[in-house]
Design a protein around this ligand. Sequence first.
Ligand code: CA
Length: 241
Amino acid sequence: MLRFAPFGVRCVVMASVVIIEDELRIRELVARVLADRGHDVETSSTAMDGLQTVVRANPDLVILDMGLPDLDGSELLKMIRAVSEVPIIVATARSEDRDVVRTLDAGADDYLVKPFSVEQLEARVRAVLRRVGADGRPGPIVVGDLSVDAAAREARLDGERLDLSPKEFDLLRFLAERAGEVVSKRELLAEVWRQPYGGSEKTVDVHISWLRKKLGESAAASRYLQTVFGVGVKLVSPDDV
Ligand code: CA
């Protein structure tokens, strides 16, 4: 089950993850990265063992290799989908658009093209778990007098509902999930705007200034949104500053 682990003011989503991957090196790397993040990890090296593991463990997330020795990953994807709604991230060496589209159509939630970096893996896992969180399992994240409820897509300050645009809410939610931690504008572009390579940091600046207004603060007199010059921005409780 998904659970929130308090870590200072920061909340981290921890999940049970099943990795189905025949290549030992990749399997161990992915398992280690996710275990280091606090997730409970189980691994399988074949499709049939993987299917059994998913049915038995009922995980929060599956990471599925498309090229497996006993069955094509896309076939396994359909078999898992027949029995479970679990979020699935597909890891594939096939980067052609039509394969990606077909994989997503077959019921994958997201995909990683091999070779992928640890950062890409973590970003995809976070994004998928966040979307699962939006389905209503975890409660609101509370930072000072601010509460951010992903399930209700609602943020409140001193109990008053904030009137936020969808993007402002996504930005605030992402910062709340990482409260107390400096997040770079580049990472915000990748995670909130889903523009890992393009996009302008100006976009982030503008949304942060709008968000500040709605939180009743300014860059000169900041309370919740602390800019760390040249690094990024962090959400903090004013009581902790
Ligand atoms: Ca493989």
